[in-house]
Ligand binder design. Structure first.
Ligand SMILES: Nc1ncnc2c1ncn2[C@@H]1O[C@H](COP(=O)(O)OP(=O)(O)OP(=O)(O)O)[C@@H](O)[C@H]1O
Ligand SMILES: [Mg+2]
Length: 286
């Protein structure tokens, strides 16, 4: 069975993209077949993995063509967007990545407008994934930093959500806004008297957790109380995360000994363990 998961948060810069790609790599490292779908028109995952040409080249099919009614492709054609074994331009990348990717494309900015007005626009991504015959164990969706139709579409398509957040003073409000959005979405789609979709919370990922600080302690406590011990995952604040990005890699494909930061080794091992913990948790839902 395939488990689909949206990595969602309307607030920008909280680690959605970092979580998506590193978690995908952890799942792949554990022997799973994984697809990442970059639903953010800004292309965080796509660009951070170094697929800039894919993102910008005009004659390449994109999510826009599959999901928009007036696109050149149909909901049956999601398979045409999948990329695997892409070339990586970096000295410290030990490839290939163990997962496949449906990259973002700049054309997808226009998709948001279309999905707004289109009948079943928010459900389009779900319908396309339903029609796509594949053998992935996990499909992870990197969401845009808004509450638009692609972010909503990712929640509906997956019915499972992981919440990345920074351990700061606004994390709690950001999360509450998203909880409200999920309630509203569930109420909006009904089959007779019952809700059509039920979006399950798989956990929260606290990113860039510094070693200490009172705000951090307070926020962390709130997360543990709200989600429960086993549903909070902490990723420490480590520049090795950024060095992996610099090298168009994940913390799994990044090899510090081959790059400019040989002292990253221990941090990379620590980060890999942290992502393995989330991966192990997701396996319980499979
Ligand atoms: N654990 C970490 N340690 C150090 N830096 C981190 C960590 N996690 C995230 N960052 C930094 O935060 C930046 C933003 O992360 P990311 O791009 O994943 O956020 P995002 O939520 O996807 O942003 P957007 O909303 O713009 O798509 C990264 O480029 C990286 O520099
Ligand atoms: Mg992002």
């Amino acid at each position: 069975m395939t488990l689909r998961v949206a990595v969602s948060q309307q607030k920008g810069g909280v680690g959605k993209t970092v979580t998506t790609k590193n978690l995908a790599a952890a799942l792949a490292d554990r022997g799973h077949r994984v697809l990442v779908l970059d639903a953010d028109p800004q292309g965080g995952t796509t660009l951070k993995l170094g697929l800039r040409d894919r993102y910008r080249q005009s004659d390449i099919p994109a999510l826009f063509d599959v999901l928009a009614d007036l696109g050149d492709l149909t909901l049956d054609d999601l398979d045409q967007l999948v990329v695997s074994n892409w070339d990586v331009d970096s000295a410290a990348h030990e490839g290939p990545e163990g997962f496949d990717l449906i990259p973002a494309h700049i054309r997808n900015f226009r998709l948001e407008k279309h999905l707004h007005s289109q009948t079943r626009g928010i459900e389009a991504l779900r319908m396309a994934l339903d029609r796509y015959e594949h053998d992935y164990d996990f499909v992870l969706v990197d969401s845009p930093p808004n509450l638009g139709p692609l972010a909503d579409g990712a929640l509906i398509a997956t019915e499972n959500v992981l919440f990345p957040a920074n351990a700061n003073i606004i994390a709690r409000d950001s999360l509450e806004i998203l909880f409200d959005e999920i309630d509203t979405l569930e109420d909006r789609f009904t089959d007779g008297d019952s809700k059509k979709y039920s979006i399950r919370t798989l956990g929260a990922v606290l990113n860039e957790v510094p070693a200490q600080g009172s705000v951090v302690t307070e926020t962390r406590d709130w997360f543990y109380q709200t989600f429960g011990e086993d549903f909070v995952f902490e990723i420490p604040d480590r520049s090795a995360i950024e060095h992996a990005i610099e090298n168009h890699s994940t913390v799994f494909s990044y090899n510090p000994e081959l790059g400019d930061y040989p002292w990253d080794r221990k941090k990379i091992d620590e980060l890999r363990n942290a992502y393995h913990r989330i991966a192990e948790h997701l396996e319980e839902y499979q």
